[in-house]
Design a protein around this ligand. Structure first.
Ligand code: CTP
Length: 398
């Protein structure tokens, strides 16, 4: 069976922009994957890109002439920048260098690729690739904020070892990862047209202005679920407690601190077709957070805690309830506790795992509980598990 990216990409017209960076060699593999998935690919290269890879490479892979110059009289009627974008479903720039992003943020149009970006009517996505210091630099941060506000989808970058020998964020996403983001960008995929609301991470319950109660949730599972839903074409809103994770491509993120903030943000985002509560919401908060920093008084301190609202149960009980998915981390008797929780909160689907087996780890073993019984998802990394969960959810929705 073809993957969702193949289904989404077949017959689509994609402009692949390549800018100057060592990751340009990976764009050749991306071009090959796009063509293999059935896309019509027009490659546009900047002058700097041609210092790294030749146009002939992309011409051979795409089966079409490669566009490099705004001024090349031999190319059509001189209106190539208009014609190309009018026919396109997506303009994807990979790799996108720091210099290119700066130009894009300013709306400059001094070569064919930047001109296409300005003249386009289709969706624009960029896959940044640069040295970690360039990625962290204040001007790049500003440019990225501006591009996101302009509706440009920013894919990655990944963190890892760079060609320059340094390690950190700035490496271009792998071609296969970029392919996985395409259904969402093209508005295709089994969840197209559906809003999916996801909660993730821990909550932080203040005790005083500098202290609080929290837990060890990293947010990785929730972020993976948001990414998998976006890959399936959904409009995804991720309501996130404090984490240090990057927002997945094509996902809108709302940052919150406490359970009360999270509840408010979730209710504001309803209605939705699907609600997936992955957050490790603190069950209790301080009865009254102190206005000023608590001082040692000698002796012990008794903190009065009150129960937080159960966001998932509240959403599931609404008359316009979305399809609700809960997560249950148990330390023993998983099936028994998880199924009881599913019935208590009246959820069509609950994902169970053993807490000691999942917390802080990059992989997980999961069991899905629904009206049809239980369904085991053998150990895999969290993104793979999230994709399996979304596949299961799509079946249940239909
Ligand atoms: N949840 C929520 N709001 C809360 C608490 C939990 O939305 N205040 C959601 C979580 O995001 C998760 C599920 O409910 O999807 C977990 O259920 P819960 O009963 O809170 O699990 P535990 O805290 O593990 O419950 P218990 O302590 O009873 O085992």
């Amino acid at each position: 069976m073809p993957g969702s990216e193949t289904v989404a990409v077949t017959g689509k017209k994609i402009i692949l922009g390549v800018t100057g960076g060592i990751a340009a060699y990976k764009a050749a593999e991306l071009c090959r994957l796009l063509v293999k998935a059935g896309a019509d690919v027009d490659v546009v290269m900047t002058d700097a890109a041609r210092q790294f890879v030749t146009p002939l490479t992309f011409q051979a892979l795409s089966g079409r002439p490669v566009q490099t110059s705004l001024w090349d009289a031999a190319q059509g009627d001189g209106m190539e920048h208009i014609h190309l974008t009018r026919a396109a479903d997506l303009l994807l720039v990979a790799p996108a260098s720091a210099d290119f992003l700066a130009k894009l943020a300013q709306g400059r149009a001094d070569d064919l690729l930047t001109t296409l970006c300005l003249a386009r009517t289709c969706r624009l996505a960029v896959a940044p690739a640069m040295n970690p210091e360039m990625w962290a630099a204040a001007p790049t941060r500003r440019n990225l904020d501006r591009l996101r506000a302009d509706g440009v989808a920013v894919l990655g970058p990944a963190t890892g070892e760079m060609a320059c020998g340094e390690t950190g964020p700035g490496r271009m996403l792998e071609p296969a990862e970029l392919m996985a983001a395409l259904p969402g960008l093209l508005g295709a995929g089994p969840l197209a047209g559906k809003k999916v609301l996801v909660t993730a991470g821990p909550t932080f319950e203040p005790i005083d202005p500098v202290r609080g109660l929290t837990n060890r949730s990293s947010g990785r599972m929730g972020y993976a679920v948001a990414q998998a839903a976006a890959e399936a074409g959904a409009e995804v809103c991720l309501v996130s407690g404090p984490t240090c994770l990057a927002t997945p491509a094509g996902v809108r993120r709302v940052d919150v601190q406490s359970a009360a903030d999270m509840r408010e943000a979730v209710l504001r985002e309803l209605p939705a077709a699907v609600f997936i509560a992955v957050a490790a919401v603190a069950d209790y908060r301080a009865a009254a957070a102190a206005e000023h920093k608590l001082k040692k008084q000698g002796g012990g301190l008794t903190l009065e805690l009150v129960e937080n609202p159960d966001i998932l149960a509240e959403v599931a009980a609404r008359s316009d309830a979305p399809f609700c998915v809960g997560f249950a981390a148990e330390t023993e008797r998983l099936a028994e506790h998880a199924d009881a929780k599913r019935r208590r909160k009246q959820l069509p689907l609950l994902v169970g795992n053993l807490a000691q087996d999942t917390l802080g780890r990059a992989d997980a073993e999961l069991v899905l509980f629904d009206d049809h019984g239980s369904h085991f998802l053998p150990r895999a990394d969290k993104l793979t598990q999230a994709r399996r969960l979304i596949d299961h959810l799509v079946q249940r929705l239909s």
